[in-house]
Design a protein around this ligand. Structure first.
Ligand SMILES: CC(C)(COP(=O)(O)OP(=O)(O)OC[C@H]1O[C@@H](n2cnc3c(N)ncnc32)[C@H](O)[C@@H]1OP(=O)(O)O)[C@@H](O)C(=O)NCCC(=O)NCCSC(=O)CCC(=O)c1ccccc1C(=O)O
Length: 276
């Protein structure tokens, strides 16, 4: 039994930590966990906290539920009730499209993020699970994009990375036809990693997280950035190269450079082997 501790209090999300894991739960079940700007701001705060926490090796992202009508949702995308002409209207009255910042944070943080999807993952909510490293689906999960039906589209990761996952033809079908797909169909097209009964969703996610936590965190970190580098252009290479720099800083050879500077002497790099 995981002893989840409240990590911080928010209005639209729940944020817990336990045993090397952080869990972020979108908590607006009355609107199928649709997000408003505040929801996204809170998620960015929680993800940024998890990223900085050296005890946290995996983040679980999920949706609260079931709602009072018994239905589950991971996330139904942007809250259409606060959608204005220039984006989603925040409490300050300013329109925002801040979910893109959240997508980048999930993608670039060094720890793997596992989406636990029960019920609807629709629209911008579908893109959220797409940008996670892994997705475990409950047997009641339903996936789909609605953009062209509701006057929206995500031409970033929501289109290009989706196509990397399921292939160009399938990604175009998903976006052009706006159909809904059940958990088995999602598994068959490579959109999710596993399907489990809904009551086992969290325990399965915890088991996957704990298996990852048994592995080398630096190896996992480098692998995440290596997978990203394949798709993310110069930003992806920056991430991967940042890890190379991190590892280089840990060597005696790199430390000789810093030490020589501090001691106001010429560095002796000739002592280090030129490995084949
Ligand atoms: C998810 C459904 C298929 C579920 O259907 P059903 O079970 O029949 O429930 P409903 O009765 O429809 O819904 C229950 C209750 O929830 C409210 N609700 C559901 N979804 C939303 C929503 N997205 N916004 C606001 N409210 C929602 C619904 O109104 C009901 O409440 P009542 O009080 O009873 O009215 C179905 O609900 C559904 O299809 N929902 C809409 C899905 C959708 O179209 N989402 C938006 C897609 S666009 C998007 O997500 C923006 C993406 C985005 O943010 C973005 C992308 C790229 C660049 C920038 C941006 C950006 O930041 O905008």
């Amino acid at each position: 039994m995981t002893d989840w501790q409240i990590a911080a209090e928010f209005e639209d999300i729940l944020y817990h930590k336990a045993d090397g894991m952080a869990k972020i739960t979108i908590n607006r079940p009355q609107v199928r966990n649709a997000f408003r700007p505040k929801t996204i701001t809170e998620m960015i705060t929680a993800f940024a906290d998890a990223r900085e926490d050296v005890e946290i090796g995996v983040v679980l992202l999920t949706g609260a539920g079931p709602a009072t009508d018994g239905k589950y949702a991971f996330c139904a995308g942007g809250d259409q009730k606060v959608r204005g002409d220039g984006g989603y209207i925040s409490e300050s009255g300013v329109p925002r499209l801040n979910v893109l910042d959240l997508q980048r944070l999930i993608r670039t943080m060094p720890q793997p993020v596992i989406a636990l999807v029960a019920g609807y993952a629709i629209g911008g909510g579908h893109v959220l699970h797409v940008v996670c490293d892994l997705t475990i689906a409950a047997d009641n999960a339903i996936f789909g994009q609605t953009g062209p039906m509701v006057g929206s589209f995500d031409g970033g990761f929501g289109a290009s990375y989706l196509a990397r996952l399921v292939g160009q033809k399938k990604a175009r079908e998903i976006w052009y036809l706006c159909r809904q797909y059940d958990a088995q169909e999602a598994l068959d097209m490579g959109l999710v990693n596993k399907v489990v009964p809904v009551e086992q969703l969290e325990s399965e996610g915890i088991q996957w997280a704990q298996e990852i936590l048994d592995k080398s965190p630096l190896a996992i970190r480098c692998l995440k950035s290596a997978f990203n580098a394949d798709c993310d252009g110069q930003a992806g290479i920056q991430e991967l190269a940042g890890n190379a720099t991190l590892l280089f800083y840990m060597t005696e050879e790199a430390q000789e450079g810093k030490q020589a500077f501090l001691e106001k002497r010429k560095p002796n790099f000739r002592q280090y082997p030129k490995l084949p």
